[in-house]
Design a protein around this ligand. Structure first.
Ligand code: HEM
Length: 418
């Protein structure tokens, strides 16, 4: 059999191949399009393109599932690292399109060699998979000649009161965020990138997430976090160009020109003591958040998407939104106007030996500069927010997210070219 074995691509198996061909109108990305929708397919068959002005997986409508992984480079060879990024780019474009990770497919190629795709996504549609790549501060040491290209925004985050960060769940030379509507598609993508990277990178840590905790569009209902509250109401939305330009995308005047069009990703694994939370009265839960549990409306009145009125007081003269409520402390009005594009997920990583769920929120936020858009906000939350009683930050990562990839280029190419 060997090389003559007939290739079965993942695409070929879906609807006999026809479903993806017929009516699949390619949509190019113009200057205004942040991420190109590759085809007009709907539902699970919908696919996004890797190529665009910005990387996919940032303003892209948030998918249901996450597999996030960080990697450390295990070689000192810059050429090997670049080769791997090239291979990752090709594989990412293929997998986002709904194909296998390699050109031969999982059951073809050399019968005596490992297949170039692991196979578990063969029958599955693209599921709106996006892959977003980033570089951690540790990549900019002296191993690859990149120390002169390190953006100032990658300065380490400070220690925040209450942090209990575990090194084995923190940082990494590289990160990959895989989001998809099917967890198997997200895991398949990370697994195949790890397989391709074998010998060049080793996985440092990874995090699965379910149940998105934000939206980037206005037409979907706001999802809920594991405290049971709507989360993402006041998030930066994908059609808010001014907010994206001011708060998310790195501009042309960046200290490192290769980052123009990119962003910075802050990842925080936040453990939530949900058993303690679940014993609090509804009144206390709403006081801590500053919004109603059912509708997500501000406690100062109105409906979900109305702005809170922080001055408005109740009959006893106390503000209706408590001085220590999460939404008051995090609100742009109290943080010099800064906003962030939140894209986090719920997680449950089993349970502890005392029968508590290891649950929480894997916080992901894209910002133009963590020093101005994350650090001061988190410092206020860590010191003033009553929600701190129920949460503990147990992992952390900060990554430079380079701009989008042009066809024929590889992700992060600007960093490695002259
Ligand atoms: C487990 C941890 C967290 C939980 C359960 C949580 C929950 C919530 C909820 C329920 C809301 C109100 C709905 C909304 O506007 O999205 C909210 C808003 C917000 N949160 Fe959090 N949050 C957490 C951590 C954080 C962290 C670490 C930050 C940033 C450092 C943050 C920043 C914000 C911001 C900026 C808003 C919007 C405030 C506004 O404009 O009204 N949150 N969060």
């Amino acid at each position: 059999m060997g090389e003559e074995r007939r290739g079965i691509s993942r695409r070929g198996l879906i609807g006999g191949g026809a479903a993806l061909g017929v009516g699949a109108a390619a949509v190019g990305f113009g200057a205004g399009r942040a991420t190109a929708v590759e085809t007009e397919r709907a539902g699970a068959a919908a696919a996004y393109s890797l190529y665009g002005a910005h990387q996919p997986g940032i303003v892209t409508p948030v998918q249901d599932r996450l597999h996030f992984a960080t990697f450390d480079v295990t070689t000192d060879s810059r050429a090997a690292l670049v080769d791997m990024l090239r291979a990752w780019t090709d594989a990412a474009a293929r997998m986002m399109h709904g194909d296998g990770a390699g050109p031969s497919g999982p059951t073809s190629g050399d019968y005596d060699a490992p297949p170039d795709d692991t196979g578990e996504a063969i029958d599955l549609p693209p599921s709106r998979l996006t892959l977003t790549f980033g570089f951690g501060a540790s990549l900019f040491d002296d191993r690859f000649g990149l120390s002169g290209k390190r953006p100032a925004a990658l300065d380490p985050l400070p220690h925040f009161p209450g942090d209990n960060l575990r090194p084995e769940r923190s940082e990494g030379d590289l990160c990959v965020q895989a989001c998809a509507d099917d967890p198997q598609v997200a895991v398949h993508a990370i697994r195949n990138l790890a397989r391709i990277g074998f010998g060049t990178v080793g996985m440092r840590w990874s995090q699965l997430g379910f149940g998105k905790t934000s939206t980037t569009t206005r037409d979907e209902a706001t999802p809920r976090n594991l405290f049971g509250f709507k989360d993402g109401t006041m998030n930066v939305k994908s059609d808010d160009r001014d907010a994206l330009a001011d708060h998310v995308w790195v501009g042309e005047d960046a200290d490192q020109p290769w980052m123009a069009g990119g962003s910075y990703l802050v990842a925080r694994r936040i453990t939530m003591t949900i058993e303690t939370w679940d014993r609090q009265s509804l009144r206390e839960q709403e006081r801590v958040v500053g919004r109603t549990k059912s509708e997500g409306a501000p406690l100062s009145g109105g409906v979900e998407r109305d702005q809170p009125d922080f001055e408005r007081a109740g009959r006893e003269g106390k503000p209706l939104v408590d001085p220590a409520a999460h939404v008051r402390i995090a609100h742009p009005d109290h943080n010099g106007g800064v906003q962030m594009l939140r894209r986090g997920y719920n997680f449950v990583d089993g349970s502890s030996d005392i029968g508590r769920m290891d649950a929480g929120l894997f916080f992901l936020a894209y910002v133009v500069d963590p020093a101005t858009h994350f650090v001061p906000v988190q410092m206020r939350l860590a010191t003033l927010d009553d929600m701190q009683e129920y949460v503990q930050h147990t992992g952390s990562g900060l990554f430079a997210i380079p701009p989008g990839v042009r066809r024929g280029e590889y992700v992060g190419q600007g960093l490695f070219s002259a």
